[in-house]
Design a protein around this ligand. Sequence first.
Ligand code: 5GP
Length: 207
Amino acid sequence: MKHYPGNLFVVAAPSGAGKSSLVKALMELDSQVTHSVSHTTRKPRGQEVHGREYFFITDSEFDRLIKQDAFLEWAHVHGHRYGTSKETIESKITDGHDVVLEIDFQGALQIKRVFPGVVMIFILPPSWEELKSRLERRGEDSPGVIQLRLQNAADEMAQASQFDFVIINEVFERALFDLKAVVHAQRLKYASQSRARAEIFHALNLN
Ligand code: 5GP
């Protein structure tokens, strides 16, 4: 399926909703789906590796990339800056990959302006209690940071109505099924199918 057309998906969620685990599981199941490694000014947590979870860069490097117009979008999140590299996304979509961006709502809304065809997916936790206990169980952040993330979660979730799809991550397998369904449905849209299966459309005199 080398010539599969690239679709762009944005997945947003408050931290602790399980977004990264869902996207990771999706990529393991579907080799067509790839993601983009963002740049951030925050420090690595736990087992995170430079170039795998993020490119961990300094404030001045981030400033330089903004000046070079290297970001498709960037935003302040939880007291740090995060940005999506323009070049990576464009080359992956041109290669025919489906690219999933795991970014915050501010970035998601910026992407929507640049790529009106983007599919916007919001992941919600089943409750506040569950969100808090997931953040605590993760054990990667101090109580102060967890508090900040919970405060930001309310602002983040208030934006969910601007997204096309909402997935509630109560049972992981169910949420993964929902995410796969959204990706699959996007690939069945006329514009995607006619690019992906051009020979069939051509033979049927369709364009
Ligand atoms: P974390 O520090 O927990 O990895 O991520 C914090 C938040 O930053 C998450 O909501 C995540 O989606 C968001 N984020 C990660 N990369 C980007 C990016 O490139 N752009 C924007 N706007 N947000 C990002």
